[in-house]
Structure formats: structure tokens, C-alpha cells
Write a protein that binds this ligand. Structure first.
Ligand SMILES: Nc1ncnc2c1ncn2[C@@H]1O[C@H](COP(=O)(O)OP(=O)(O)OP(=O)(O)O)[C@@H](O)[C@H]1O
Length: 593
């Protein structure tokens, strides 16, 4: 219960729901008692009349039928009221549990949003999804049904058992004897059902993951003629799923017969012991009928003790997993609310970056300066640390050593939101949302205007392409939408950054799928748009950065050279060699043999 105590704040928030719910439970139990008592009275009335008849005395049948009719009305009326209050009980407690489920999901989701990128690398998407859906559902079972039936058990036992004892302590003890056994058995069967359901759930999720992978990778599967292989994998996974499902059905099938057997045993004991007591003159036949009804009232609550216990155990395990995420502190938080106006100067001072999860040293003692309004090229071979520079500039990670100054202030001390608002970032993999092209370009804007969206697409050399689509800017991309070409995707991601009219562009190899001519045109367009904007172009293609005011050359995480294209060519070092290689391979005739 230690982990579940986290939910107390929510239970307190909805305390009135729970308090009125408890009251409704009590009222419904009280109304459940009347039918039992009036059944006893009816039996006693009929027994009295039988005695009178046998003794030859006059019998007032009219009075008897009136009395029985009146009892019947009370029995039906209280049953209806019991039903009504059970309905109110569900409306309060179950509704509160649904609201708590909603609040908890939102809390987890908002917390996810605050967490740093390393957290997302450590935990799989499936795990994140499971905690917000599966685990929260299990926790809801505790707040809703478990609390409701828990209250029901307590109230029913507290009201019914004293009444039973007041009639016959002996009969009560005999009748209650099988009930703890019932509860214990239900607990074990429920545990078994839970364990097997979890296995079924896991197999189902394996099956869905396989199906999802197949659909996402269908092009590769077809290209490699692997359809039969995947069909075979799917059949195997399906067989496994139905095998574990059969095992679950077996325990499920045991559940009801077991309950019925134990309830039957209790009823048998009531009739037998009650009959003996009636013969001894200590009870009436009405009492036996009354006891059978009390027994019916107790059966479900006592059964539910086992069920509720197993729900609580599962909820505890789920809440533990949820708490583990909720207690993960975001490593990068906005340090201040003080407004920050970014002018465009960035300075890396002896920056070293070792990724905490992989231990890879991506940058080693890197120093450089980017002056406001200039265009800087960052070039290097694959894996040399270029994207890491961009990630550090965005403060997606903090450097292991050294510091990054933004207009002279340490990046760790400035208002992150204000700073990031001024950046137009186009990552290597410019993710697009399953939405219209228009909305994808407008993503970073609070109040998008058509003119800004269209002009941004024009600057990214995309407008003509979009207008060729039958639905133009309203064309949907991604799932259930059209498939954009690699270059179109990259240019849409670029238009999204341009639409913000940022102070600084960080273009991380984002035009690799676009031909060099178009790339030149786009970069010229950006320069024309904002002369004051600072631009960092990351590329392994020298043609993309050769016109930059400054070029920084990275190799194995170290800055090996800095200067303009001409200076670096003249120096005849690493850059000049790289340039030579790229020029040669571009000029190489393609061997068609
Ligand atoms: N999030 C991360 N966690 C752990 N290691 C990482 C992470 N990102 C990059 N690395 C590692 O850091 C090194 C530098 O990677 P980085 O992406 O910065 O290189 P790059 O120059 O941008 O390469 P490319 O041109 O192929 O994109 C690589 O060895 C990479 O495996």
C-alpha cells in the first residue's frame, strides 16, 4: 500500500464523491435487509394460519392475503430502493475513479513532456505507453471497484452479521463457516487469472508489435520478397497467443463452479442446521428463509474480499511503476523566468560531451565562436560530433565539461523558453506530424497567418510542389495521408523553422536529400530573408557550407581547423583533403558495366 498512498491526494480531491458513495452503500445494504425480514414475517404468518387451520379454528383468509400483499409491497419497494442506491453508489465512486484516472493520465503525460531526451532513449515507447494506459487502468480498478466493494464488504458485514447473531449464534457460525474458504479460494483463482491474463496481454502485444512492424516496413519486406517469412512469423505468434489464451479459459472456467459449490454448501448447512433448530423449537421456518437471504447478501461481499485483495496487489505493482517515472526528475529545467532577448552570439568554451547512457565521448574540448548575423558551417565525417553540437546548443543535454555562452551568459542560467523560441531548428530527421502540410509548417506559431506559411514554403522552395497536390496546403501527410519524397519532407521541416522567423537557424544536415542547386537557392533565400539572422549549417557535404563566413571542421569530436573556405583550402590540411575527395568523387564517371 506504500505506493498506492500516492493516490491519496486524488482521493482527497474527490472526497465528497467517496463520502456520499459510502453513505449510499450503507443505505443500499439497509434496504437489502428488509426483504429478508419480511420474508421471515410472511413465512411466520402462513405457518400461524396453517396451525389455526389444523386446530380447526376460524381462519381470516382476507386478513392473511392483505398482510401478505402489504409484505410483498415492502419487499418489492425496498428491492427497488436498494437498486436505486446501488446505482447512486456507482455514480459517485466509479465516476470519481474515472476522473482520477483522467487526472492521473494527464499528470503522467505532462511529466513525460518535461523529461529530458536521455530518459526517452532509456525507455521504450511501449513502456511509456503501457504506464499511461495499462498501469493507470489497473490503478483505477483499485480506486473504483476495489474501494467500492471494500466499503460494501465492511458495511454489509457490520450490519448483517449482528442481525444474524441476534437470531441464532449457532446457525450464524455454521453458515459463515465456508465463506472464509470461499474468499481464500477466490483470491488464489484471481491471482492465477491475473498471472495468465498478463501472459496473454504480453503475447497480444508481441503480436501487435509484429503486425505494426510488418505494416511499417512493408516496402522493405516486399522488396526482399520476405512476405512468406513474415506470414510464418505471424502464424507462430498467433498460435502462441491462442495457446496461452486456452490456459486462461481453463482457470476462468473453474471460477464460477467453485463459487457455486461453496455457496451451495453454505445454503445446505443453513437448511440442515436451521431445520434441526426448528425441530428443537428454537427457530421458525421463517428464520431459515431469512438466513438464506442473508447468506445471499453476504456471498458476493465475502467473495469480493479475495478479488479486491488481488486487485489491490496488482494496483500496487502498477503504481510502483508509475511512481518510478513520476519521481524521475527532469535533468534540464528552465532555471529562470527572467525574460531573455537573444542577439545571436554563441560561444563554446572547452566543451566536452560524454553521453551518459552510452559513455561515448562525442565532443572533446571543443571551442569556437559564432558571431551574430554570420553564417557558420560545421563540417566533418559521419560520427564526428556535428549533431551533438546542435543538441548542446538547444540545451537538450548539458556538456560534461566546459561551458556554452549565449550572448555572454552561461546557457544553464538563461530563460530556456525565451531562448528556444528564437531558434529555427531543422533536425536531421525532420519529423512531420500526421496532419496537413499547412499545420505542419504552422507548428511553431501561436497565431499562424496564411501569408507567413506560404512565403515560408516559397523560401524552402516547396510552394510549387505543394500547389501541385490536389488539396494543396490541406494535403495530409503521414499515416492515412500522402507520402512525401525525402526532399519534400526535408523542405517541409525547413519551412516549419522559417515560419518562426528565428534569430538563429540550426540546419542539421537537413538538405541532404535535395540537389546542390536547389540547396544553394534555398540558402540564398534564407540569407535574403533575414540579414540579421545567424545561421549554423551542419553538413558533411562541403558544397553546402563553402560560402559560409566561417567553417569549423570537426574530426573525432575535436575541432581540427577553422576559417573561410579559401583559407582552409590554402592551408592544405584536413579540409582541403576532404574537399579534394568530394570534388573527385562528384567528377567520377559512373561505371555502368
Ligand atoms: N543521444 C545519444 N546517446 C548516446 N550516444 C550518442 C547520442 N547521439 C550521438 N551519439 C554518439 O555520439 C557520436 C557523435 O554523434 P553525432 O550524431 O554527433 O555525429 P554526427 O557528426 O552528427 O554524425 P552524422 O553526420 O552521421 O549525423 C557517435 O558516436 C554517436 O554514436
Amino acid at each position: 500500500m506504500k505506493n498506492l498512498s500516492y493516490l491519496n491526494k486524488y482521493i482527497l480531491r474527490y472526497k465528497w464523491h467517496f463520502l456520499t458513495g459510502t453513505l449510499f452503500v450503507a443505505i443500499s445494504v439497509v434496504f437489502g435487509i428488509y426483504p429478508a425480514q419480511y420474508i421471515r414475517l410472511s413465512f411466520n404468518e402462513v405457518e400461524k394460519v396453517i396451525h389455526l387451520y389444523r386446530s380447526g379454528a376460524a381462519v381470516d383468509y382476507h386478513l392473511l392475503s392483505n398482510t401478505l400483499l402489504w409484505y410483498a409491497i415492502v419487499i418489492i419497494g425496498s428491492s427497488i430502493l436498494k437498486g436505486a442506491f446501488t446505482f447512486f453508489m456507482r455514480q459517485t465512486i466509479i465516476v470519481a475513479s474515472r476522473r482520477i484516472e483522467y487526472d492521473l493520465k494527464n499528470e503522467i503525460y505532462q511529466h513525460y513532456q518535461k523529461l529530458h531526451l536521455a530518459f526517452y532513449r532509456k525507455n521504450s515507447t511501449g513502456d511509456l505507453m503501457n504506464r499511461i494506459s495499462e498501469d493507470v487502468s489497473r490503478v483505477r480498478m483499485y480506486i473504483g471497484p476495489a474501494v467500492m466493494y471494500g466499503i460494501n464488504v465492511l458495511v454489509t458485514l457490520a450490519i448483517v452479521i449482528p442481525i444474524m447473531f441476534s437470531i441464532s449464534a449457532k446457525l450464524t457460525l455454521y453458515v459463515l463457516l465456508p465463506l472464509p474458504v470461499l474468499s481464500y479460494v477466490i483470491y488464489h483463482v484471481s491471482q492465477l487469472i491475473n498471472v495468465r491474463s498478463e501472459v496473454v496481454q504480453r503475447k497480444l502485444s508481441d503480436l501487435s508489435t509484429l503486425a505494426q512492424e510488418t505494416f511499417s516496413g512493408i516496402r522493405v519486406i516486399k522488396a526482399f520478397s520476405k512476405e512468406n517469412f513474415f506470414a510464418h512469423l505471424f502464424a507462430e505468434a498467433s498460435d502462441e497467443y491462442s495457446r496461452v489464451n486456452e490456459k486462461l479459459y481453463k482457470v476462468n472456467a473453474m471460477f464460477m463452479p467453485l463459487v457455486m459449490f461453496l455457496i451451495g454448501l453454505s445454503t445446505l448447512l443453513t437448511v440442515y442446521v436451521g431445520g434441526m433448530e426448528t425441530l428443537a423449537g428454537r427457530l421458525t421456518t421463517g428464520n431459515i428463509a431469512e438466513f438464506i437471504l442473508y447468506l445471499n447478501m453476504l456471498t458476493w461481499p465475502v467473495t469480493s474480499i479475495g478479488w479486491v485483495t488481488s486487485i489491490i496487489q496488482r494496483a500496487e505493482a502498477s503504481q510502483m511503476r508509475i511512481n518510478e517515472f513520476l519521481h524521475t526528475e527532469p535533468e534540464i529545467v528552465n532555471p529562470t523566468e527572467k525574460p531573455f532577448e537573444f542577439k545571436g552570439k554563441i560561444e563554446f568554451q572547452n566543451v566536452t560531451m560524454v553521453y551518459p547512457d552510452s559513455g561515448v565521448k562525442a565532443l572533446d574540448n571543443v571551442s569556437f565562436t559564432i558571431e551574430p548575423g554570420t553564417t557558420v558551417g560545421l563540417v566533418g565525417k559521419t560520427g564526428s560530433g556535428k549533431s551533438t553540437v546542435a543538441a548542446l546548443m538547444l540545451r537538450q543535454y548539458d556538456p560534461t565539461n566546459g561551458r556554452i555562452l549565449i550572448d555572454g551568459h552561461d546557457l544553464r542560467t538563461i530563460n530556456l523558453e525565451d531562448y528556444r523560441k528564437n531558434l529555427g531548428v531543422v533536425p536531421q530527421d525532420g519529423y512531420l506530424f500526421s496532419d496537413t502540410i499547412y499545420n505542419n509548417i504552422a507548428f511553431g506559431l501561436d497565431h499562424p497567418k496564411d501569408q507567413v506559411i506560404y512565403s515560408s514554403a516559397e523560401i524552402a522552395d516547396l510552394d510549387a510542389n505543394i500547389r501541385d497536390f490536389p488539396q494543396g496546403y490541406q494535403t495530409r501527410v503521414g499515416e492515412r495521408g500522402i507520402t512525401l519524397s525525402g526532399g519534400q519532407k526535408q523542405r517541409t521541416a525547413l519551412a516549419r523553422a522559417i515560419a518562426r522567423r528565428p534569430m538563429m537557424y540550426i540546419l542539421d544536415d537537413c538538405l541532404s536529400a535535395v540537389d546542390t542547386e536547389t540547396e544553394d537557392r534555398i540558402l540564398r533565400n534564407i540569407r535574403q530573408l533575414t540579414a540579421q539572422a545567424t545561421t549554423l549549417i551542419i553538413s558533411h557535404r562541403i558544397s553546402s557550407i563553402k560560402d559560409a563566413d566561417k567553417i569549423i571542421v570537426l574530426d573525432h569530436g575535436r575541432v581540427v581547423e577553422q576559417g573561410t573556405h579559401q583559407q582552409l583550402i590554402d592551408a592544405g590540411g584536413y579540409y582541403a583533403h576532404m574537399y579534394q575527395q568530394q570534388v573527385q568523387s562528384a567528377a567520377q564517371p559512373v561505371d555502368l558495366e
